[in-house]
Unconditional design. Sequence first.
Length: 277
Amino acid sequence: MTMKGLLPEGNYAECANGYRIHYLDEGDGDVVMFLHGSGPGASGYSNFKGNYPALVTAGYRCLVPDHIGYGFSDKPDDRDHPLEFFVECMIQTLDCAGVERCTLVGNSLGGAVALGMALEYPERIDKLILMAPGGLSELHEYQQMSGMQKVFAVFGSGEPVTPDVMKDLFATGLMHNPAHATDELVAERMQVMQIMNGHVMATMQVPVLTERLKELDCPVLGFWGLNEKMMPENGIMAMAHNIRQLRLVLVSECGHWVMVEHEDMFNRYCLDFLDNG
């Protein structure tokens, strides 16, 4: 692994669909794959740099990919990006990494991708850890959330996204405690922003998966911040009423990124779930 600017560069999966997916691969043991969310400048490392090292230390092999269209992965601008495409790329990344089964950790878009993988490839998934996953509400419900409105306003204005604009978006739209919107985080996201083409966010299509949650056949640990500004709260009850093997943690003083705002607690709960179910 080498540094490419502010971000580590790891391996590249040459997927069967012809695309290259970048991923970090650290540790030995049972496999945990971390699936990041959407948004400007998103990457696996930037989302989970405070989390996956704790699992590596505890004896797990951690894969931290960049979704298609993000980070150092390929960024096609000639096709749409439905949920099935994200799922396909992640399953083929597992194939390239020689992984038969794993646990998935996903937030936001990554949570929807994790759900899609578990629903379509249940034989590949041991457990799910979901943080305010996408795919549980209708578009008009997302559009009513103040954080989502801020995202649309920033990226629909046509104005350049400066570091100050990015920092304000994170501090007021995604987080409860603005202190977590650090200059380091903003710089990492700005680096990826320079190589994103915007097509992935413009053509992303995530269906409502609520009715299919009953099909899940694996244990699930869910987190939801009670100061969430991006995901409608009906997602909480969608999970609670429909996932049979669910442990659900509601976190006060927390926005959209529980793994960042409550890093130590999140890591402890994940390790307990991985070790003990």
